[in-house]
Design a protein around this ligand. Structure first.
Ligand SMILES: C[S@@+](CC[C@H](N)C(=O)[O-])C[C@H]1O[C@@H](n2cnc3c(N)ncnc32)[C@H](O)[C@@H]1O
Length: 351
């Protein structure tokens, strides 16, 4: 039992069951024992690996996407690059290398984890970046924004259709005092038509963030690229826990396992549009990266590589774009100023 599991159990004993979203927020973001507060979870020695950690090609192409959309918007100043949830800073470092000839005027990183901010400060030493805990702290104005695997870390609420109607899934305690899922006895205000047994997930923080991004790019020239793992089959719960590159139980070892829920891209697109933006996509990550030219980039890298390096580039290309790998499971969405007519990777011209 982790220290955080004991704290959550004590809270439930005092005030009753908590929502799945409250549990997820505590497990990931508790100021002392939260998963992201405490550790750097990325890479082979950690719990999972993200696209920028697999290959420099990902961050380079995302950097070029930012440059191309900024140019298409008429090169508004300042050229402000913003990243939400920058992890180890690898994506931003690769993007800035790709933008060596057109440096952004400002780099802003939004990060809640002190452990990962420390890693970013090392990776991005000399980049002149400014750190924030919330997008609201980033100055208003033109921006090219990136969020890779940030939205799946934002808390979700879960609702289950029972024969008596919709009920919220909560986290309570079993007779032994262990955390367990239980349905709230109170009816949930849910009007979706689904069969008994269906579970829907709602991500209020993700929706609010997509709407805020939409409002920003509606008020100032800008574009945001959101890449994440997507809901494949509506009606099933997607909350999952990962530890040491394997599946774990979501209620076991809170603070020690990553928790993530698949992203509802249709809901993000609606929220961005509600904020006043033009939305492009979603597109499958494989389709998006191929349209940006990942094949040509891999060939150029392989031209100067050893046989072992070539094999690694080929393997990363497959993981990022393969139908049975991240290519279809992950999706990309752009939330942009209404004046942006076309977006690279979404049917627009290549970068
Ligand atoms: C799964 S990691 C992805 C890291 C990086 N984007 C990558 O692709 O390697 C999630 C990142 O989002 C950060 N994060 C989690 N919740 C956040 C929040 N509410 N606001 C900002 N960053 C957050 C984490 O600390 C971490 O840097």
């Amino acid at each position: 039992v982790t220290a955080l599991a004991e704290l959550i159990a004590r809270r439930i004993r005092m005030a009753g069951p908590i929502t799945v979203a409250e549990y997820m927020a505590e497990a990931l973001g508790h100021p002392e024992h939260g998963y992201y507060t405490r550790k750097d979870p990325l890479g082979r020695a950690g719990d999972f690996t993200t696209a920028p950690e697999m290959s420099q090609m990902f961050g380079e192409l995302v950097g070029l996407w930012c440059l191309a959309t900024w140019r298409a918007l008429g090169e508004p100043r300042p050229f402000r690059l913003v990243e939400l949830g920058p992890g180890r800073g690898t994506l931003m470092a690769d993007a800035l290398r790709a933008l060596a000839r057109t440096r952004p005027d400002e780099v802003h990183l939004v990060e809640t984890s002190p452990a990962l901010r420390a890693v970013q400060e090392t990776t991005l030493a000399g980049a002149g970046a400014a750190w924030h805990r919330d997008l609201a702290e980033v100055p208003e104005g033109p921006m090219a924004l990136i969020a890779n695997e940030l939205f799946d870390a934002l808390p979700v609420r879960q609702f289950e259709r029972t024969p008596e109607g919709w009920r919220e899934r909560m986290v309570g305690l079993d007779e032994g005092g262990r955390l367990r899922f239980a349905l709230s006895p109170a009816p949930a205000p849910c009007a979706i038509d689904r069969p008994v047994g269906a579970v829907v997930e709602l991500a209020p923080a993700a929706i609010a963030l997509a709407e805020a991004i939409g409002a920003r790019v509606a008020a100032h020239p800008g574009a945001a690229l959101i890449v994440d793992f997507a809901v494949a089959e509506p009606g099933l719960p997607t909350l999952q826990a990962v530890r040491a590159h394997g599946r774990a139980e979501p209620l076991e070892r809170p603070g020690d396992c990553d928790l993530a829920a698949a992203v509802d891209f249709a809901a993000l697109a609606e929220a961005g549009a509600r904020g006043g933006a033009r939305v492009f996509g979603p597109a499958a990550q494989g389709t998006f990266l191929r349209a940006l030219g990942i094949g040509a980039r891999a060939r150029r890298l392989k031209a100067n590589a050893t046989a072992a390096q070539s094999a690694a580039i080929e393997a990363a290309l497959h993981r990022l774009t393969g139908e049975n790998a991240m290519g279809r499971l992950f999706q990309a969405l752009a939330i942009a100023s209404p004046s942006l007519r076309e977006a690279p990777g979404f049917g627009g011209p290549p970068c």
